[in-house]
Design a binder for this molecule. Structure first.
Ligand code: 3NM
Length: 221
């Protein structure tokens, strides 16, 4: 990836909001609209786990959320489902270690954004070799949002990746809030990705604002 596009991806990853209908207690569209008002910089549609919508309902919701993102120039990324991402002409796809290999997905999506979850240095290096544009690294802190999440590993994993010279854009994930976001950036991440800190917040707008402020302060420290 060219340096300029890597730099702009790093900016887009500052406050990366991830959500599916089952992460919200009210209308996902309202939650996303408020999160956008508060300053999120990227959005991932992740309809997974208990209470997830049927394929048909997923498509309809994804279409609406994507339209909102487009209106506000927020990149719209689809979790796991490469076919859905292509059908919607999404801006990118995010895959985990149990999904198709990153190089296979890269061939299918061309130059769309490709994010890969990596839990350790070896996974990170392999994802980069296979064509990832950015990495989601976690869980940094304990999370109850992902049923099969691994044990929290703290910010040390981010430092380790930077110490080994990995310059790819990285977001931390797992249990991140406005109160601990600075630690994630200080350890080497370019941004934070969150589900519940925004989706379940009394005010998604305020929560997004606080996260954006914490990230921007930490980047300037
Ligand atoms: N992936 P919350 S942790 C989707 O470690 C996801 O790869 C993780 O939710 C990983 O911000 C996680 O509510 C859940 O803790 C993040």
């Amino acid at each position: 990836m060219a340096q300029t596009s890597m730099d702009s991806l790093k900016e887009q990853l500052r406050v990366y909001f991830i959500m599916g209908s089952n992460n919200c207690e009210r209308s996902p569209l309202e939650v996303l609209a408020e999160a956008i008002e508060g300053g999120i910089t990227m959005f991932q549609f992740r309809e997974k786990g208990k209470g997830a919508l049927s394929k048909k309902e997923q498509y309809a919701l994804a279409k609406e959320l994507q339209a909102l993102c487009r209106k506000h120039h927020i990149p719209f990324i689809v979790n796991d489902d490469v076919e859905l991402a292509l059908e919607l002409d999404a801006d990118g796809v995010h895959i985990g270690q149990d999904d198709e290999r990153a190089d296979v997905v890269r061939k299918k999506i061309g130059n769309k954004i490709l994010g890969v979850s990596a839990h350790n240095l070896a996974e990170a290096k392999r994802a980069i070799e296979q064509g990832a544009d950015y990495l989601g690294v976690g869980p940094i802190f304990p999370t109850s949002t992902k049923e099969d999440a691994k044990a929290a590993q703290g910010t040390a994993v981010l430092r380790l990746m930077r110490e080994h010279g990995l310059s790819i854009p990285i977001v931390g994930i797992g249990g991140i809030t406005a109160n601990n976001a600075k630690k994630v950036i200080a350890a080497g991440a370019d941004g934070v990705s969150v589900i519940s800190a925004i989706s379940l917040a009394p005010s998604p707008k305020k929560s997004a604002e606080w996260l954006a402020r914490a990230v921007s302060e930490a980047l300037n420290e």
